[in-house]
Design a binder for this molecule. Structure first.
Ligand code: HEM
Length: 347
């Protein structure tokens, strides 16, 4: 019996050597692995033949069907991990806080942009139900996606220290799941918005004048009202940012949802960097959009909230559009009482 084990080992030795050659362990080029200081005498020589450098990665060979498992060490993975854990956290935090601070500063300096001639009490229809449905589907799913995404980004350094692991774990799991599901209405809203608004968002010559004067937003007197069509250049910029940024987020997001289906490890890392940085930019853009649609401008929220705007708002902010509507008779002006809210100027 005591001779059995040595005998088996002796019989298996050639097979092991063969297998070693087949999977390439020891078959690759020699690499000079640095020996940890102090351990020199314990390390029998610094040349090991376990790894084979290839395209910036250290790969071995595997005989299982999943080739990517042969990547033993991926140097750029460290760069990505540093970005994921710290770079993204600080970038997102800085961009979001800076945007809020700038908007706050702008509000203190400029205040709410009032209607110069006050509210007329007559309403002009602005957005139909499909348009408002498209807007709110995109808006609600965007906010859900942003909040659930940031729950993941801000987990380690912000939320776990505040909430603790026991609360954060189910929160992160729910956020992840909600993030995936909200992707569906987001894309539906995006496609609908593109379909209903693209015709009003084609850039025109008049946009240039608006851009040169930044829409009069930096003139505290408020007397600059360029003749604009249904959407001004600022709104067109928001529209195209949402369409292009939203498409980038959707494509990179679905890419992340199907790990390794389209690409390998490096591709997944690039996809994640594109997704998370576009998210940060889009969150900043949407914060500005929310500001101007609520606190920043009197009467603006009515357009997308009620689907109609005060006649004076239409005249002051979109005169070209208002004139065209009245001329072709498609603007049934409706009488009503001006709302007393949102800092209205009832003169
Ligand atoms: C169709 C739309 C979208 C899809 C399919 C999608 C999908 C994904 C997926 C699969 C992840 C990885 C989650 C994980 O770590 O396991 C992710 C992360 C993330 N997403 Fe989205 N997403 C979409 C839209 C958005 C939007 C609109 C925003 C924000 C405005 C956003 C912000 C984020 C953020 C901040 C992260 C976390 C990045 C990180 O910290 O690693 N996503 N998304």
């Amino acid at each position: 019996m005591r001779y059995v084990l040595p005998l088996v080992l002796l019989l298996l030795a050639p097979t092991a050597l063969l297998a070693q050659e087949e999977v390439g362990v020891g078959g690759g080029e020699d690499i000079n692995i640095p020996v940890s200081p102090g351990l020199e005498q314990n390390t029998p020589g610094s040349l090991v033949e376990l790894y084979e450098p290839y395209d910036d990665q250290v790969v071995g060979r595997v005989t299982i069907p999943d080739d990517k498992l042969g990547v033993l060490v991926q140097p750029e993975g460290r760069t990505w991990r540093a970005f994921r854990i710290q770079g993204l956290y600080y970038t997102a935090m800085t961009v979001i806080l800076l945007t809020i601070a700038l908007l706050g500063g702008f509000y203190l300096w400029r205040g709410t942009i009032k209607l110069e001639s006050g509210r007329s009490g007559r309403w002009v229809p602005r957005f139909g139900s499909i348009e408002r449905f498209a807007h709110w589907t995109t808006a609600i799913s965007f906010l859900t996606l942003a909040l659930t995404g940031l729950t993941v980004t801000f987990g380690r350094y912000l939320l776990i220290p505040i909430l603790g692991h026991y609360t954060y774990t189910p929160l992160a799991t729910a956020a992840k799941s909600l993030h995936n599901w909200s992707a569906i209405p987001f894309v539906i809203g995006l496609v609908l918005m593109l379909a209903v608004w693209i015709k009003d968002n084609i850039p025109s010559r008049a946009d240039w004048l608006w851009i040169k004067k930044a829409g009069g937003m930096f003139e505290r007197t408020g007397s600059f009202h360029p003749e604009t069509a249904r959407f001004n250049a600022g709104q067109k910029i928001i529209f195209w940012s949402v369409i292009l940024g939203g498409t980038t987020l959707a494509i990179s997001g679905y890419f992340l949802m199907a790990p390794f289906y389209f690409t390998g490890v490096s591709g997944m890392q690039i996809g994640h960097v594109i997704h998370s940085l576009s998210a940060v930019v889009m969150i900043a853009v949407i914060l500005c959009h929310i500001y101007i649609g609520t606190l920043g401008m009197e009467g603006a929220f009515d357009a997308i909230g009620r689907g109609k705007v005060d006649e004076n708002w239409a005249i002051e902010h979109h005169h070209g559009w208002y004139k065209a509507q009245v001329e072709n008779g498609s603007t049934p002006v409706e009488q009503g009482t001006p709302p007393a809210t949102d800092g209205a100027n009832p003169t």
